[in-house]
Design a protein around this ligand. Structure first.
Ligand code: GLU
Length: 292
């Protein structure tokens, strides 16, 4: 008899504890939870706290309180990224050994100055899909001897993906999308991001590197998140391919907009879930408010 092995669907909500959760997070968490339930799968929670300067235990506690109040239950144990730095280092090491990343020594200020020195042409300096200027080519073009010399001198550095080499190694890439924007088979365009940072001088990983490692380690089959991360999926597909990791299905959902027409954000101080709760809103009313 032929045995057909079926992978159990696994969904995850992956907030960063760097501020109170807002209604956009509620939408994302509830969608993940409900889609997992409908698929007979698991709903996992991951705390993305690699940025130890902005993430706090209080914000993390707030996440558990808010999600419980919304009536969501998740599988234990919760994966906290700050407890898995060696896993991200190992992935980075694989890319170092393959010559697909390089040490990047320019500081943020130096990059800014370089873009400004472009003068009247600053506007034409190529930017990534989030509007950040692409990293200059200086460090990519250094000779191996010069790199060794700078590393040996103990100079602070990040590690960046050599996008051109990485793309050549990865080949043409796609993903399967079922969200609220473009759907179907989407062509990945990682080159639009330039030489993305994979590990910082002050944090031993980056969002892009840890997210692909964790989705693989946790066996995530379905990534459901906001449309603001649609284009980042191009980088994730490239890293998954380079690291030999499985490819999840993607669903990028609509974003909630504030009264100013901009997407909700923690930094803008948009009303958090906890604040709505204090004002007496019920979980059912909150669901209606976000169109569920
Ligand atoms: N930690 C990310 C955020 O809070 C989400 C990452 C993801 O879902 O891939 O925006």
């Amino acid at each position: 008899m032929i045995e057909i092995s079926r992978q159990k669907p696994k969904f995850r909500f992956a907030p960063s504890p760097n501020g109170p959760l807002h209604l956009g997070h509620a939408l994302s968490a509830i969608l993940n939870h409900d889609m997992a339930a409908k698929a007979g799968g698991d709903f996992l929670l991951r705390i993305e706290d690699i940025d130890q300067t902005r993430c706090t235990p209080d914000f993390e506690k707030g996440i558990y309180t808010d999600l419980s109040w919304l009536g969501l239950r998740w599988q234990e144990p919760v994966r906290r990224q700050s407890e898995h730095f060696p896993a991200y280092q190992e992935a980075l090491q694989t890319l170092i050994e393959r010559g697909l990343v390089y040490p990047a020594f320019l500081t943020r200020g130096e990059v800014k100055a370089r873009v400004a020195a472009f003068g009247a042409n600053s506007e034409s300096w190529q930017r990534d899909p989030d509007g950040t200027p692409l990293y200059p080519s200086d460090d990519r073009e250094r000779s191996a001897a010069e790199r060794q010399r700078l590393l040996a001198s103990g100079m602070k550095h990040a590690w960046r993906l050599d996008m051109e080499k990485a793309r050549a190694a990865g080949g043409p890439l796609h993903w399967q999308e079922s969200g609220d924007g473009e759907t179907g088979v989407i062509s990945a365009d990682p080159a639009a991001w330039g030489d993305v940072v994979l590990s910082r001088s002050d944090a031993p990983s980056s969002y892009h590197l840890s997210v692909v490692v964790d989705d693989a380690v946790q066996g995530i089959t379905n990534v459901v998140r906001g449309l603001d991360l649609f284009h980042a999926t191009s980088i994730h597909r490239l890293l998954q391919t380079l690291l030999g990791l499985p490819e999840p299905l993607y669903h990028h959902h609509r974003l909630l907009l504030g009264s100013d027409g901009k997407k909700l954000s923690k930094s803008m101080g948009d009303t958090g879930i906890a604040e709505w709760r204090r004002q007496g809103l019920s979980p059912a009313e909150l669901r209606r408010r976000i169109g569920l």
